[in-house]
Design a protein around this ligand. Structure first.
Ligand code: T3D
Length: 255
């Protein structure tokens, strides 16, 4: 069975982790397939990316059977995880994690690397690293404190409680929460809506939020001005202005 399935519908590139018998735990094959899929998603006709899991979970993190078979040099292995994290963060288009069932360890890191998270009520998060005597990885130390603040991030990473979907929404780990029945349809509808948006601007929003350059207020406004220079010269901006003046909805091309 292929560890990962991809398909494109309209401007949305769907990536489905496909090891349902192991709650989509990430082994080497799945990790490299994920990296290849993210390369493929970096095409101009792709305007939004969805990452989701097959079966009853989003992803249970590193395949611990592979890890315990002693096949892993952790530091080396993390280069692959880090590559995937950076690919998601550097992709200048919205990445949406569709989380139903559990997202644990590197599975949670993967969900938090995305720009947006749609959860179903069956979703839960467990950082899980400390539970098995590991330090947090795959970018979660960069994303989690930004979403929930330092104190909560420490609690989640150190004590590793299970966070249910409602708690996740309250903490800011979810953008939207829907019933299990509505989940698939909402994921398709929402990602399609997003894929029809001003993709170039979404990419610039992501670049600005990723940036560590903005350490002072002066640097923050300077970066905003640089990115506005790009957005202000785009076709989508012209279309946005024209649509406003003509009293109609804009038809964005993503450029
Ligand atoms: O460099 C590096 O590689 C280090 C990177 C590490 C990053 C990490 O991700 S560390 C964290 C790793 N993940 C975990 O510690 C989570 C382990 N799994 C669990 O704690 C539980 O499975 C869950 C809480 C996620 C779900 O529990 P439950 O009761 O719903 O399901 P289950 O019965 O435990 O699991 C179902 C099957 O999936 C089961 O297989 P079986 O017995 O039916 O053949 C189970 O062994 C398998 N499975 C679940 N998680 C993993 C897994 N198999 C391999 N690796 C897993 N992570």
């Amino acid at each position: 069975m292929e560890p990962l399935i991809t398909n494109k519908e309209g401007g949305v590139f769907f990536i489905t982790l496909n090891r349902p018998d192991f709650l989509n735990a990430i082994n080497r094959d799945l990790l490299s397939a994920l990296s290849s899929a993210l390369h493929e998603a970096d095409a101009p006709d792709v305007r939004a990316v969805v990452i989701k899991g097959m079966g009853r979970a989003f992803c249970a993190g590193q395949d611990l059977k592979e890890a315990s078979a002693g096949k892993l040099d952790y530091e080396k292995h993390l280069e692959l995880y880090n590559e995937v994290f950076l690919q998601i963060r550097r992709l200048e288009k919205p990445v949406i994690a569709g989380v139903h069932g559990v997202a644990a360890g590197a599975g949670m890191s993967l969900a938090l690397a995305a720009d947006l998270r749609l959860l179903s009520y069956s979703a839960s998060f467990i950082t899980a690293f400390a539970r098995i005597g590991l330090a947090p990885d795959t970018g979660i130390t960069a994303t989690l404190p930004r979403l929930v603040g330092m104190g909560k991030a420490f609690e989640l990473l150190a004590l590793s409680p299970e966070i249910n979907a409602v708690q996740a929404l309250e903490l800011g780990l979810a953008n939207r929460l829907v019933s299990d029945d509505e989940f698939e349809e909402t994921l398709i509808r929402w990602s399609t809506e997003i894929a029809n948006g001003p993709t170039l601007v979404y990419g610039l929003v992501k670049r600005a939020l990723n940036s560590n350059r903005a350490t002072t207020l002066e640097e923050a406004v300077a970066l905003e001005a640089e990115l506005q220079g790009i957005a202000g010269g785009s076709r989508d901006h012209q279309e946005g202005l024209a649509a406003f003046l003509e009293g109609r909805k804009p038809r964005f091309q993503g450029r």
